[in-house]
Design a protein around this ligand. Structure first.
Ligand code: CA
Length: 223
């Protein structure tokens, strides 16, 4: 959503058609909240408004998915991850909000840094195969705790939002080397997807790459 500097990755879960439905609903609901400037619920105190709005929009997505699941037996238990980034050019900030194991990374001067922490059962001391299960998801419970991270983007930073279909196949340094080797965002995204598929591509892969340019460059690009 270019007008809002808003980028969202949602990775659905739940059998039958549930996962796909949940992730689509999440993106639609978040987009709608920003388009209509209608954020339901109580603003989160102590965090900047752009971050609070992002969290409210995710909470709205949570309610919408839960409601839809209640009305359709076969969609029961569906949910989705959400990883969202909202860039404010005026404030020179990026606000990240996330639930689940979709991640945001930042590439700065060739160094890759994971900006979000996965919400998995491993956090709760669970070991073995169940450790990878999500401990939080959007649309499963009446409210969902959302992590919010703020950052100060610099010119030439790249922000990567991705589903676990990418990060389960590629190590961080492999992701970094693809990003370092390809300055064009579209080609870099394709390069990451190809690399993950080359490893077996066991899951759907969703990748969004945002490259930060100076406001002068952005103005030129638009005109
Ligand atoms: Ca997945």
């Amino acid at each position: 959503m270019e007008s809002e500097g808003l980028f969202v990755v949602a990775d659905g879960m739940g059998g039958y058609a549930g996962g796909e439905r949940a992730s689509k609903l999440a993106v639609k609901e978040i987009e709608g909240a920003f388009r209509n400037r209608a954020f339901e619920g109580e603003a989160h105190e102590g965090i900047p408004k752009p971050a609070s709005e992002l969290a409210l929009a995710i909470q709205m997505a949570n309610s919408s998915i839960l409601e839809t699941a209640k009305q359709n037996k076969e969609l029961e238990g569906m949910g989705t991850t959400v990883c969202a980034a909202r860039f404010s050019a005026n404030k020179r900030r990026v606000y990240l909000a996330h639930v689940g194991d979709s991640r945001c990374y930042r590439l700065r001067k060739g160094e890759l840094k994971q900006m979000t922490a996965d919400h998995t059962m491993a956090d709760h001391g669970v070991k073995g195969p169940a450790a990878a299960h999500l401990s939080r998801a959007v649309g499963v419970w009446p409210t969902v705790p959302i992590d919010v991270v703020m950052g100060v983007p610099r010119t030439d930073d790249a922000f990567l939002l991705c589903s676990d279909g990418l990060t389960k196949m590629l190590k961080d340094d492999e992701i970094a080397s693809v990003l370092r080797g390809e300055p064009d965002p579209k080609k870099a995204v394709q390069g990451l997807i190809d690399a993950a598929n080359g490893r077996g591509g066991k899951d759907n892969i969703t990748v969004v790459l945002v490259r930060v340019v100076s406001t002068d460059t952005a103005r030129e690009a638009r005109s």
